[in-house]
Each structure stands twice: as C-alpha cells, then as structure tokens.
Design a protein around this ligand. Structure first.
Ligand code: ADP
Ligand code: ADP
Ligand code: MG
Length: 649
C-alpha cells in the first residue's frame, strides 16, 4: 500500500478521498488554488501544496504543477477525483512518465471510451447492446439527415466528445433537423473543440440506469446498478440504488454487459457503464442500451457503497497499489436501498441559476452520511461547481430510505445563499417518485408543482422578528423595561422585494407579542424553549443582516435598516448586468454601436450552461465594462447603454 497519495481535486470529493486514505493509514497531500487557501480539503489533508490561481486552468487543470507537487511531497500516487483531470489520458501518461501511479484506468482505456462514437463501435464489437443509430465518419449534413430518417423520429443528436449534457439536441421532426444540427455543432465546437456528432434513436420514457464496475486490468466485477433518472436538463438530481422495479434477470444481463464492456478495454479501477433503458413497458432484458462509460469514480458512488458495504475509494487504492480486486462477484450482495440528493447553491425560482455567497450557517442532520467540501463561513465561489453537499440515506426498504431522505432534507440548515433544498424536498415527496415510477422526463413534466414558492406564515415572520431584535437568547435584554408601559420595537423584514413591518411588544423576558399582517403571534418561553401560538419554534439564525428560520427548508429575510428604505432608486434599464456569477465567453458590443432591443450582446458561461445577454432596449452602447474572458460576480455591470432622452429627463 502507498505511504502517501496526492489528491488532484477539491471540494467534497477531495475530502471524501482523504477520509478513506486516513482510515487506511495513508498520508494525503491536498493541492489548492488561490481561492481555496482555507478550504475544507486543505484543512483535512496531512499536507497541502499551492498550485496557482483560482481559475481551474491556472490550478486544478495544471497537470505539471500537480505532478511537481506529488514529487516534492513524496507522494507515490495521484487520485484524480472526478471532473478536472480525471478523464484526461495525456495527464495519465505524464503521471506515469514521472514514475508515479495514477489511481484509475490506463490512458488507453480512457481513450477507448473518450469519444462516444468510437466507444459505441467498440461496444458493438464486444457484444454489448448499443442505442440504435448512426455513429459513422460521414458528417455531411445531408447524409446525417438521411440517417435520421432511417432511424426514425424522434432522434437525438449528440456531440461525440460530449459530456455533462452539452452538445445534445432532441429532434422531433425532419423539418427541424438542420437547425438542431447547427446548434448542437456550435455548442460542441465551443465546449469541446470538436463538432462531430452521432445520431441516436430517442428512447421514449427513458430511464438512466448505470452499472458500477471495478476492474483489475484484466478481470472485472460489477457492484450492481444505480438509477439516475431524476434529471434536469440531462443532469442528475437524485440518484438511488438499486433501481426501482429491477428484476434479477435484468440485473444479471446489465451487469454482464457492463463487465464485458470493462474487460474489453482492460479496465482497472472504478468505472461506470451508463445505459439508457426503455421504461415504457417495465424493465426488459432486450430494452437496455449502452450510452457511454465514465472512466472515473462517479459523483453518485455513495449509494452503491451504502447498499454493498464496499468503500470504493479503499478498493481504488488497493487496485492501484497492485493488491488486486478485493472481492469476486459471488461475494457481492445488496442490502437495503439508498438515495443521494445533490444540494446545490442555486436559484431554483429563476431557472436554477447557479448562485454564490458565504455560507453563514451550515448544519447537517446527525445519523446521515453527508459528503461536503464546505463548512459554515466558507464561500461558494463562482469558479467552481456550486455543490454544497451530497445527502445520502440508507434503509432496509426503498420506502424507509426515502422517508429518511425527506427527513434529512427537512433537517438540513443552510443560510447565506439560496439553495435547491426545497426543490429536493418536493422531489422526495413526489407521489410518482415514491411509487418508483421514474423516467428522465419526470422533473420537466412536474416542474411547476416541484418549484412552488414558499409562503412564510405569521409565526415564521414573528420568529424572524424576535431573532432580529435579539430577543430569543436566554438572557434577553430587560434594561429599560418599565412596569407601566411595555417595550415596543418596530422591525422591517424584506423577502423577495417585499417589505413587511412587524411590531414586537415585550411583556417580559420570556413573553412577547408580535403584530404581523394584522394578526398577533404570542411568543412564550416554556421550559427553556420558545413557543409561538403554543407550538414549538423551529431553529433560527441571524448572520450578516439576514435572518433565517429553518422551517419549510429555510425561509430567509433581510433585516432592513429603516434609513435604507427610502434609498431604493429606480433601476437603469440601460445597464446589462450579469444575472449570475460566471465567465464572459463572448462579447459583441462596441462603444458607439447601435443596438436593437433583443440583440445578443454577450454570452455568459456559468457552470455547464451558456446564457445570452440581450439588449434590454434600442440604444447606443456607451461603455463596455468588462473584457472577454472576465470572471464576474452576480449583478456586475457588463455593458451600459447611453441614456435615452426620457431617462435623462
Ligand atoms: P456523474 O456522471 O459522476 O454523476 P455528472 O454527470 O453530474 O457526474 O457530471 C459529469 C462531470 O461534470 C463530472 O466529472 C463532474 O465533475 C462535472 N460536473 C458536474 N456538475 C458540474 C457543475 N455544476 N459544474 C461543473 N462541472 C460539473
Ligand atoms: P453526457 O456525456 O452528456 O452525460 P449521455 O450520453 O450520458 O451524455 O446522456 C446524458 C443523458 O441524456 C442521459 O442520462 C439521458 O437522460 C439522456 N439520453 C441520452 N441518450 C438518450 C437516448 N438515446 N434517448 C433518450 N434519452 C437519452
Ligand atoms: Mg452521461
């Protein structure tokens, strides 16, 4: 076994690898960027090396700097985590050339699965069922259109170099094919520098079921399946294992196909073979097809660990250090059921835009696995994936594991940034999901009911007001309290641009009445706990001028300084601001340029999506305030139009 390993990653996955390394008595070296000096993974590791600037290209993607750091700290092996350099065969070769071990598959195996067309051709040869379609060399639009006709609509156009749902277009009718092809190619060119595509039959009522595999370079075993059908825009939201409705026969067929796929490329280490499954008529052994293989540890690997009892990172270190596979297929069994929910800093109501901010408060429920890379006080940086944590529950049955997930989400407390917590909670309570009726269209179909707006109750606002006034502490201020007139406070709480004025009347240290929207809420301290109108109050926290009541997945109010209330001036409709933190990918505006309302002036790239920024009105560009490639915060002014006569008047 290794004495020291370096983890070429950050965030929750770096922390997760460090924890297993420590349990195995292996020293861990972290690497970090300027933005991550005080990050959790750095604090957790035995040693840490600074490798450059905040942008991934200046740090976590700098293979040479990472290899240097490994040599300088005496690490014998490098664990790549997921994302960043994990599926980069050139990096694997560089690691090996430096006399170090890459904890993962060979460069050759990664290359074999790197492009979707070549991977499909290879899998066909290995006797693994692949999605019917065209994955040939001829990229002539007319030829591709003809192939789509042969396959039969609807079809899916996929970038061969694709990943993360990018460069993918669903086409329902032949008339739309040419436009969809152009836009898929455009996206693929910018994202991957390769605009080749393949065409697939679009599976109706698709389910995403993937198989965890583990190889030693020759032989492979599978650790059963995960169902990742709960997706939004082809990105996973909640995953589970095993798959609902799975039969022994189907499991054996999928497992055997995944093992065949792995052995065909001499796979070593942890990998995932993703299949698309036709869920229309129940699961059938002739209704699953290979989509792609991810040659790394997967984000959702904890659900597999929960049902098998295997620590996949432990296995990764053992295989990489030459110990061989820790089990044969017959040793592996499934116990119970597990779920994972991905908690992100994102603004669900405004279209799931990634968010940033300081996590003023962060607390996870006890007794549940929560993989996280952040602590209270940490920033969610615009540079990286806005994931806050993965919440994983396990139970003897699917129903119990799902109830535990609901409960864990309800007891998760985050303040300081918006999150998708209430969306996850709504999903966990979805009837169809509870019945195991999952397909990749579920979220889109029921989006409106899953994204409902939280309405604060009078009790919630009253509690927020008391917390904001500092009246909830045991030793509440009694100074100035007089017998003949109760003390009164007025406080303004803002939520979604709406101000509410609340009046607190203090009747004594443990008794206050709060006037709120015409009703009175009685707050009383009973046996050391606060009650509102006779019911126990939920937890609440006040930080940075924000008060958060932890009910309904967290309701936040801004505490408004009365002096600031008048200051709200009319916003200038001539300034184009970044709607979220991101990178300015493309800028078409020049000072002096005439623009028409709706013209595309810039493209902002945030996480895996591109957002077009349009001219809000006709006008002349007065100023361009950023350069192409700039990293911007949410709300940053990017382009200013000249004032119009009405606005100036
Ligand atoms: P997995 O297949 O392991 O579940 P995903 O399919 O969600 O992972 O993502 C594929 C890759 O994209 C992963 O390597 C992950 O690191 C990266 N990734 C996932 N989510 C984001 C995000 N929001 N922003 C940037 N990269 C991401
Ligand atoms: P990526 O590399 O972007 O992860 P995948 O090929 O794995 O691309 O596909 C991503 C998602 O798109 C799948 O999880 C599934 O939801 C959907 N999808 C892919 N292929 C098909 C298909 N042929 N029919 C229906 N849905 C599909
Ligand atoms: Mg995929």
């Amino acid at each position: 076994m290794f004495d020291t390993i370096l983890i070429a990653n950050r965030g929750e996955i770096a922390c997760r690898v460090i924890e297993t390394a420590r349990a195995m008595g292996v020293r861990s070296v972290a690497v970090f960027s300027d933005a991550d000096r005080a990050a959790r993974h750095v604090a957790l590791a035995d040693e840490a090396v600074h490798i450059g600037g905040a942008a991934p290209a200046d740090s976590y993607l700098r293979g040479e700097a990472i290899i240097e750091a490994a040599k300088a700290t005496g690490a014998q092996a490098i664990h790549p985590g997921y994302g960043f350099l994990s599926e980069n065969p050139d990096f694997v070769e560089a690691v090996e050339a430096a006399g170090l071990i890459f904890i993962g598959p060979s460069a050759k195996a990664i290359r074999a699965m790197g492009l979707k067309d070549a991977a499909k051709a290879l899998m066909e040869k290995a006797g693994v069922p692949v999605v019917p379609g065209y994955h040939g060399e001829n990229q002539e639009p007319s030829h591709l259109a003809k192939q789509a006709d042969v396959i039969g609509y609807p079809v899916l156009i996929k970038a061969v170099a694709g990943g993360g749902g990018k460069g993918m277009r669903l086409v329902e009718r032949a008339d739309d094919f040419a436009d969809a092809l152009d836009s898929a190619r455009g996206e693929a060119r910018t994202a991957f520098g390769n605009d080749a595509v393949l065409i697939e039959k679009y599976i109706q009522q698709p389910r995403h079921i993937e198989v965890q595999v583990f190889g030693d370079g020759t032989r492979a075993v599978h650790l059963f399946e995960r169902d990742c059908s709960l997706q939004r825009r082809h990105q996973k939201v909640i995953e589970e294992a095993p798959a609902p409705g799975m039969t022994d026969e189907m499991r054996a067929a999928m497992g055997a196909a995944a093992v065949r796929a792995s052995e065909a490329i001499g796979y070593a280490g942890a990998g995932t073979v993703e299949f698309i499954v036709d869920g229309a008529g129940g699961l059938r052994t002739d209704g699953f097809w290979f989509m792609e293989m991810n040659t790394r540890l997967q984000v959702e690997h904890p659900v597999t660990e929960a049902i098998t009892g295997v620590d996949l990172v432990d296995w990764q270190l053992r295989v990489a250090s030459g110990e061989g596979l820790s089990a044969v297929q017959e040793d592996l069994t499934i116990t119970g059921h597990a779920f994972e929910a991905r908690l992100y800093a994102e603004d669900v109501a405004s279209g799931f835009l990634p968010a940033t901010g300081r996590l003023a408060h962060l607390s996870f429920p006890g007794g549940v696995r929560c993989d996280t890379g952040v602590r209270a006080g940490d920033e969610i940086s615009p540079q990286y994936d806005p994931m806050i944590a993965k919440i994983i529950t396990h139970g003897p049955t699917r129903a119990v594991a799902l109830r535990r997930l609901s409960d864990a989400l309800a007891r998760t407390e985050v303040a300081g940034t918006v999150t998708n917590l209430s969306f996850l909670g709504a999903l966990a309570a979805h009837d169809g999901f509870a019945r195991g009726e999952v397909d990749t269209g579920l979220i889109a179909r029921d989006l409106t009911s899953l994204v409902h707006d939280v309405v604060p109750r009078a009790e919630d606002m009253a509690l927020a007001a008391l917390a904001a006034c500092g009246l909830l502490q045991r030793e509440a201020p009694e100074t100035g309290f007089t017998l003949w007139s109760p003390l009164e406070w007025q406080i303004v709480l803002r939520r979604q641009d709406e101000d509410r004025i609340l009046r607190v009347r203090s009747l004594g240290a443990g008794a206050h009445d709060v006037l709120c929207d015409g009703s009175t809420v009685a707050a009383r301290r009973v046996g050391g706990r606060w009650q509102l109108n006779g019911r126990t109050a939920p937890p609440v926290c006040v930080t940075d001028g924000l008060v958060t009541v932890f009910t309904q997945y967290g309701i936040s109010f801004e505490i408004v300084d009365p002096l600031d209330r008048q200051a709200a001036a009319g916003q200038d409709a001539g300034v184009i601001e970044a709607p979220m933190p991101g990178t300015v990918k493309w800028l078409a505006a020049q000072p002096g340029q005439n623009v028409k309302k709706g013209d595309r002036l810039a493209i902002l790239e945030a996480m895996k999506m591109e957002h077009s920024l349009l001219a809000p009105r006709d006008g002349i560009v007065a100023e361009v305030l950023v350069g192409q490639g700039a990293q911007v915060e949410a709300g940053a002014a990017l382009i200013r139009l000249e004032e119009t006569e009405e606005a100036a008047a």
